[in-house]
Design a binder for this molecule. Sequence first.
Ligand code: PEP
Ligand code: MG
Length: 591
Amino acid sequence: MKSHNTNDQKEEIIFYGLPASPGVSHGPAFRFLHSNVEVLQYQVEESDHESEIERFKEALKLTQSQIRQIREDVAKNLSEKEASIFDAHLLVLEDKALIDDVVNEIQNSGDNVEQCVDRVTRKYMDFFNKLEDEYLRERSSDLKDISKRLLRNLVGATAAGTAFLDEPKVLVSEDLSPSDTASLDRSKILGIATDTGGMTSHAVIMARASSVPAVVGLRGLTERIKEGDSLLIDGFDGVAIINPKETTLFRYGKVNVRRKKIENLLVEESKLPAQTKDLQAINLLANADSQEEVELGIQNDCQGIGLFRTESIFLRKNQIPSEDEQYIEYAKIVDAAQGRFVTIRTLDIGGDKVLSGVSNADEQNPFMGFRAIRYCLRNPDVFLDQLRAILRASAHGPIRLMFPMISGIGEVIRAKEFLNTAKKQLTENGVIFDQDIKVGCMIETPSAVMIADMLADEVDFFSVGTNDLVQYLLAVDRVNNQIAYLYEPHHPAVIRSLKAIFDAGKKKNIPVSVCGEIAGDPHFLPLLLGLGVGSISASSPLLPELKFFARRFSMEEAIKFSKKLSLMRRPYEIKEAMNIFHEERVSKIIA
Ligand code: PEP
Ligand code: MG
């Protein structure tokens, strides 16, 4: 962190973090304080108990009016069904037993109201958490939301949510969860800057997919920035600048001009074929989380959807959708793909994608825990509902079905048994679907790499999830920014694993794609093509740049280059060689 004081304006403070989503943006900062509010504890004179109780009642009223407003907005923008989630929150706020408990706690303990609210709501949450009944257990997460909002209102911090923003702002937060990101009004977000988080956290992937510039790992930013400060974020180099000086803005103006030049070239070449300089066609697919992103993929000329993350639907609804609801969503996605295939991945909940009341946020090792296929195989009703919904949608157009986080052959075999059950159930009911739906699996655990040849006997295709593969291979949590410097997709172990997977695919004659975030990074393209990848699946906004770069080298060069990289021992050497390969071919054109 560096700071400069000038006479003409507030102090300029520079923070260095990790570039998470490309682009530069500048605007007023908005502190999105969603995490725990600091709850102070102090004693209050008996004569002041009444005013503490009054503060509590005022905070209750304010919280109720905020929730009513959110409910109204959600009903208008989404649906009455989604809005009804907030009815449960309103009921909590009117609960007489809870209100009386807080009032009694203030009177009996003599502690400040924040402390009493925190203590009482925790007691209620513990109670609900221990119940067998899933519905009642979910009330615990309603309570958690409500208690956070109440506490925020008591301590005067800005309420979470962007619905209240009157102008577009740069969002600053300690961290963002995927459900936070899903609920943001993106038209009001110029950029995202967070204190923590890794480059492949799901919140960041979502930002990249919506072309919102983002920088993560900016330790201490939220503490330093004040509401109303202006903030510039540079998503290319991972920099955030509080109250940038005129000269800084001028310099970044130039960055934007260079970027504009590139974008103009990308538009000019957008209708040219995706192929290398020696005319070898390359298969570019799109990753998508929503119908809009599928449409964007089609606009960007993708040949299919290489990864549709179904959990995005679950997270947006903040609950498990019924079979019919899912069918409607998947059918919309398939229709939007206009005849191109859609690779629908079954639910990958867990890890950093926590669905309240469903996946467990309190696991000690969530990324190595009860996640994805592990959750589905243990929850047959949820899994079968999803499989039937996907199969029904296959009547609308070509679907490939894919299982995430496979670590052993038994999981694929059992998942396929579930698929057969779902097919049988539909057939018995005379429902039409694609009987020969293609089935694939993600390769994202080291064990799956080691047995790729065996897995290939069970599936029709592989898709390599490098975001997870890198974290599991290198034992580096993908969202922990303290060890983000060890999260190295350029590691020789990653290159060797990719080669082993592509070779297994070739030997067993099944197609292999890469759908992790490295697939969208042009620097990796020659390596992937040279090692023999079948297709590349990336966020739609990144496809034009991949195509642009592919047209600047030959397949022969890519093969030679990948062999050279395979002999290197240090990740930084590999990274530097990739930068040079890229720079030599691109910088001349945009100089
Ligand atoms: C991956 O792990 O690379 C992947 C594509 O899956 P996700 O990012 O959703 O975990
Ligand atoms: Mg993954």
